[in-house]
Design a protein around this ligand. Structure first.
Ligand code: M6R
Length: 325
């Protein structure tokens, strides 16, 4: 059967990836679960081979990779091929190994990414995963009205991203205030839980500041012990169905005198009054918020690295393509 026909019948998807690409896959899982009837698993590529995955016959494996050369992701798709799974690639580099070893796929066409830290590819991967979910969702339960609403919201994103970038000086000033703090926490829920993990990864890889990204609900199971006036928390709190729970988390941090940098929806006066610093993102659909909320995280990492005089484009010990397992 042609790929497209098999994809329409697909009810089980496994996304394999590493690092930043893995976190975009984690957002993708929530998006697919919202817009389609497909069960989604996301697996760190280097762990994939140790899982005892029994793929139903209508399973697709998606390899997500900027470079298309990441050894662990390549090894994962070779393993999946051995188990007769259908393979799709979402890669940026045209003609790369993953694009050649998958049956079909989508190119990001986001242009060469020069810096070691993956940034524009993250938002590009999120957009592609969302478009794919909308396409497949329209063959399932997603109505025409919901599909049109989604496309309109995606079309609004470039201007909304410009509005976030316009806060550049404000974000630089926040970084200047906190870059000497050597431990940071990033918290989010649902669509923004992977953004918390990605925000922490970006900060540690370019500035070498220790940072942890957590599902905010996990805070009370351990990380809360770390909260003190020297540990900033970046709380991602857009107005979505997780809002009230994130507000409780912020209260818990503030009652322990932890500084909070909130990434919240424009005009949210309630959050403004609670937190130390506020970065605003324009209102969007809940599943598109990560495309906006990740940008302040990337800028915070950039400016902390800048103030610490790090080599931002070439962080120590890292390579752009990780071609060893
Ligand atoms: O090229 P890939 O997307 O497969 O790379 C995966 C990771 O090595 C990569 O995202 C890495 O985590 C970056 N340094 C993150 O900024």
């Amino acid at each position: 059967m042609p790929v497209w026909e098999r994809l329409k019948a697909c009810r089980h998807l496994v996304i394999v990836a590493c690092g930043t690409s893995y976190y975009s896959g984690c957002v993708g899982r929530y998006v697919f679960e919202k817009l389609t009837d497909i069960d989604v698993e996301v697996e760190v590529a280097s762990e994939f081979r140790y899982r005892k995955l029994n793929f139903p016959s209508n399973t697709f494996i998606i390899a997500l990779s900027q470079s298309g050369e990441t050894a662990d992701t390549l090894a994962a798709i070779r393993e999946a091929k051995r188990k007769d799974a259908s393979l799709l690639g979402i890669v940026n580099v045209v003609g790369s190994s993953i694009s050649r070893e998958t049956e079909a796929g989508i190119y990001n066409h986001a242009g060469p990414e020069i810096g070691v830290a993956s940034t524009k590819i993250f938002t590009s991967q999120l957009t592609i995963l969302t478009l794919l979910a909308i396409l497949l969702g329209r063959h399932q339960h997603l109505s025409l009205t919901e599909g049109v609403e989604a496309i309109r919201a995606i079309r609004a994103l470039p201007d909304q991203i410009r509005a976030v970038l316009a806060q550049n000086n404000h974000i630089q000033a926040i970084a200047e205030k906190y870059y000497k703090n050597s431990n940071w926490l990033f918290l989010g829920r649902k669509f923004n839980y992977p953004i918390a993990m990605e925000g922490a990864l970006k900060l540690k890889e370019v500035s070498y500041i220790h940072a942890e990204g957590y599902a905010a609900g996990e805070m009370k199971h351990g990380p809360i012990a770390l909260i003190n006036p020297d540990m900033p928390t970046v709380a991602i709190v857009p107005k979505d169905d997780m809002y009230d729970k994130m507000i409780s988390n912020i209260n818990e941090i503030k009652s322990r005198r932890g500084p909070v940098i909130a990434i919240a929806t424009q005009g949210d006066e309630r959050v403004r009054e609670m937190v130390d610093e506020l970065i605003e993102i324009p209102p969007s659909l809940d599943y598109l918020n990560p495309i906006l909320s990740v940008i302040p995280c990337q800028l915070l990492a950039y400016y902390c690295a800048f103030f610490l005089k790090r080599d931002i484009d070439k962080p120590r010990n890292l390579a752009k393509s990780v071609t060893v397992e």
